[in-house]
Ligand binder design. Sequence first.
Ligand code: SF4
Length: 468
Amino acid sequence: MSQGKTLLHKVWDAHTVRELPNGQTQLFIGLHLVHEVTSPQAFAALSERGLEVRFPERTHATVDHIIPTESQARPLSDELAEAMMTALERNCREHGVRLYDVESGQQGIVHVIGPEMGLTQPGMTIACGDSHTSTHGAFGAIAFGIGTSQVRDVLATQCLSMDPLKVRRVDVTGKLAPGVYAKDVTLAIIHELGVKGGIGFAYEYAGPVIEAMAMEERLTVCNMAIEGGARVGYINPDEVTFDYLRGRPMAPEGAAFDRAVAWWKSVASDADAAYDDRVELDGNALAPVVTWGINPGQSVPVDGHLPRLADTQDEERASVAEALEHMDLKAGEPIAGTPIDVAFVGSCTNGRISDLREAARVAKTGQVASHVKALIVPGSQAVARQAEDEGLPEVFRSAGFEWREAGCSMCLAMNPDKLVGNQMCASSSNRNFKGRQGSPTGRTLLMSPAMVAAAAIAGKVTDVREVL
Ligand code: SF4
């Protein structure tokens, strides 16, 4: 009896150019997303060899990592940022690559604009020189974060050589309680399976909780697949996916859209597909999650306590001790009540309109604590426009939040938005590594946007379920 196939294997097979002697597969890449940080050396390597971009029409560029969020007037005040911006403009011009710059009205974080433009579509292979490219898997695409030398290779050949992957199906059952979000689901999965648990795997997210999610929530879940060690994460495309894509600028139109839907449906995993592993998480039992450590797996429910070293497994004790020391937190203490200095809502994980709406709901309940600096950074200019149409900037400003221009901002702090000293930041981003937010001693607590807004108002980690 023939066995069904997973989406990963269908998309992989459809894009296989050839099997390589070393066991890798040469895959054709349907969409290449480019930004200013990982592309300059790649374009330079092309020029040195006299090569052109192989498929400029499949290559789309934006500026996100280095762009300031206060004034984006040119020249940018940071000389290095201005040089990177200029290099991207020149490279795109010379190679015929479409650039979504600040003047375009379509600029934003690469993983926000791909979906909102309709560039990201089911059944695609996608590559981008950024770790969180897994985001695009929310549409049923296979999306790889790649390094600069691979960016060069994709620019020159539109192909990537990839190791084969196993597929782990992650079913989230039940229904989320109010105040529990996609961010909590993805953090809980990483906590459960570990930050290295996904190495060698693609994660297929499924089950009633995932199926009930809107596209933007699915993007949040897949965004953090990489934080659990998975090479890619994806969700099978369904009517939610097709409805989201209908009418997007780069999506097919009319009869072509209907034909595309037929193909998109066909790439979903078969009911009898075989998986290399299956795990289940009870969505009914989830609470808002907060990280307390220096990797995204070191987290607790907001009503939980930090681990005690005595209760920690031998192999984890050293990293728990290191994390507690860096975070200046005490073992066994409750996470709720931890004071914060900075609050950041934004990033490719949680900088979309639905994220801002949830943060605004909370912002309406009070004023930012006097000692807290609170930033709201839309993920794209389109998100900012939508928020302005809904009056959200005014809600935030009235509550004491700063409303900024679109960009990565304090997710990676490659622009002027940085923590200072050992400031503690409640952040809706995706990484809490040491130094991630611009200060080597800075401290990051990852949580949902609503939880960030609640922390900004309380001045400390607080349970958003008590606020809403
Ligand atoms: S928001 Fe953060 S993770 Fe996302 S693309 Fe920007 S720097 Fe990378």
